[in-house]
Design a protein around this ligand. Structure first.
Ligand code: F6P
Length: 547
């Protein structure tokens, strides 16, 4: 069954939401809390080690009911069923979307073109486990018979961001191997990393679903050339492994058949860290932790597909995001993790969210007449408090924010953890309540300021408040809870794509720039550049002169 293709703005629920928005847009959340003492309990979901409080949103219970009606009318339930059962829901690329199969149980049956893919998935998982154990234990050695000390992941986009984010996030669980990531085609990136490496003890993991990506192949070639300055051709087999769907191209690069970790077309690049794309994760934190990450994601999958929508974390978060994006016209969302370990989390989500839902043509092939994908950005608290929070608190834009926090620190310094978490709780409270003129004036009392000065300063010190936040409060940062968190956002992306009636799993928008870059690259050696606008032509000529 094809995905439904319903323009959400034509649904009854959308019309009701528009009318409802007019009634509630001016409501103050602090009044809603005062009127309903049960609000915080009613608007929270307690699931496993997650507590998701969405009560600090500009909503009433009717808002949620109408958003749930929207989900119903746009046939979200049926779409979830289509995704999990392996239907070709990535229609523009003619593919199934089955990253959920990668973390499913061995006993599950998931069919792709009539064939159960679970045995293949577990075969590759076994290969990842065996290889990781051999590298970590030192059993597998380099060309001078030394154990490996460094791993270099060579990939870009989904073949880099996921593994890089997870390795950074799970640093606490890391083993002795030093992990590096080379992604940018910028030669300074790869050369900077190479400077720190010893070829005798470095393992290179080339990750490219297509094995045609310019950046990855250029970096892999540069690295192989550097390696061959130290070692012999036959040593390549000991130091280079690849993850790809394109086995022929990998072999042509010179990678040993045994060193190929396959993946499948039904795994989208930005959802691929659960596949062999996660090899670097497994090498860095051990297979057991990698498997826990997958197990966490699998638990979130079960929650997502089997929980009623009003208690379904990804569904509720997606609906709230639609509420702000399409009714309040909010353009962006912030994700603020209160742990330094999640430094790369927002960057990772940028690809997941913006490459998936940055679309303006609907599933009927028509231009949409409503807003789709949100801008996503963020940095860990408390650093971000000293950077961009000013704008969230007192700027002119409405920026809904997810606050992700963990009750327990990993290193156990309670003093720091209490300070960190006091900020975590205080910020959402401050964004909710703001500070009134009367409160500002009261603060001035006893400060020995003239009435005139107080009058002058007061407007600058007032906080409007009424700024929406979700609090995602998790017991502890573990491989399993991280897996749940990532899968939560993956499903949020899916829900939004379904309701916005767009295809979330293609990414044609990245092609045009690539094509033009190839054309320009070919022109660098020509006498003249052809067919460019005046601005680009001037810049190209200047580059040619200066390079
Ligand atoms: O940015 C476009 C894209 O196709 C991403 O979707 C993908 O993750 C990335 O390029 C890398 O692709 P590959 O894994 O095929 O090298």
């Amino acid at each position: 069954m094809a995905l439904p293709s319903i323009n959400p703005t034509t649904t009854k629920a959308w019309k009701k939401l528009e009318a409802h928005f007019e009634n509630v847009k001016g409501l103050e959340m602090k009044d809603l809390f005062a009127q309903n003492k049960e609000r915080a309990n009613q608007m929270a979901i307690n699931w496993e080690d997650f507590y998701v409080d969405y009560s600090k949103n500009r909503i009433t219970s009717e808002t949620i009911n109408l958003l749930l009606e929207l989900a119903e009318e746009t046939k979200l339930k049926e779409a979830i069923q289509s995704q999990f059962s392996g239907e070709v829901i990535n229609k523009t690329e003619g593919r199934e979307v089955l990253h959920t199969a990668l973390r499913a149980k061995a006993t599950d049956t998931i069919l792709v073109e009539g064939k159960n893919v679970m045995p293949e998935i577990f075969e590759v998982k076994q290969k990842i486990e065996t290889f990781s154990n051999q590298v970590i234990s030192g059993a597998l050695k380099g060309y001078t018979n030394k154990a490996f000390t460094d791993i270099v992941n060579i990939g870009i986009g989904g073949s880099d961001l996921g593994p890089a984010m997870v390795v950074e996030s799970l640093q606490y669980y890391k083993n002795h191997l030093t992990t590096h990531f080379v992604s940018n085609v910028d030669g300074d990136h790869v050369n900077q990393v190479l400077k720190t490496l010893n070829p005798e003890t470095t393992l290179f993991v080339i990750v490219s679903k297509t094995f045609t990506t310019q950046e990855t192949l250029s970096n892999a070639n540069t690295i192989r050339t550097w390696f061959l300055e130290h070692a012999k051709q036959e040593d390549v087999a000991k130091h280079f492994v690849a993850v790809s769907t394109n086995i022929e191209k990998v072999k042509a690069f010179g990678i040993d058949q045994n060193n190929i970790f396959p993946m499948w077309n039904w795994v989208g690049g930005r959802f691929s860290l659960w596949s062999a794309v996660g090899l670097t994760i497994s090498l860095s934190v051990g297979y057991k932790n990698f498997d826990s990450l997958l197990a966490g994601a699998n638990k979130m999958d079960t929650h997502f597909k089997s929980t009623d929508f009003d208690q379904n974390i990804p569904v509720v978060l997606a609906l709230l995001s639609i509420w702000y994006n399409n009714f309040f016209n909010a353009e962006s969302e912030a994700v603020i993790p209160y742990t330094q370990y999640l430094t790369q989390f927002a960057t990772y989500l940028q690809q997941g969210i913006m490459e998936s839902n940055g679309k303006s043509v609907d599933r009927n092939g028509d231009l949409v007449n409503y807003q789709t994908g949100t801008l996503i950005w963020g940095e860990p608290g408390t650093n971000s408090q000293h950077a961009f929070f000013q704008l969230i608190h007192q700027g002119t834009k409405l920026i809904p924010a997810d606050f992700i926090g963990f009750a327990q620190s990993l290193h156990g310094n309670q003093d720091h953890q209490d300070k960190l978490m006091s900020n975590y709780f205080a910020q959402t409270e401050a964004l909710l309540n703001g500070k009134t003129k009367a409160e500002v004036e009261a603060e001035f009392e006893g400060q020995n300021l003239s009435a005139e000065k107080i009058k002058e300063l007061t407007p600058f010190k007032v906080f409007e408040g009424n700024k929406p936040t979700n609090t995602i409060f998790i017991k502890k940062l573990t491989p399993e809870s991280l897996g749940k968190l990532i899968a939560m956002y993956e499903h949020k992306i899916f829900v939004q794509g379904i309701i916005w009636n767009i295809y979330s799993y293609d990414q044609f928008g990245v092609e045009l720039g690539k094509q033009l870059a190839n054309k320009i690259l070919n022109e660098f050696d020509n006498q003249a550049f052809d067919n460019h606008d005046g601005s680009t032509l001037n810049l190209l000529n200047l580059y040619k002169k200066l390079r």
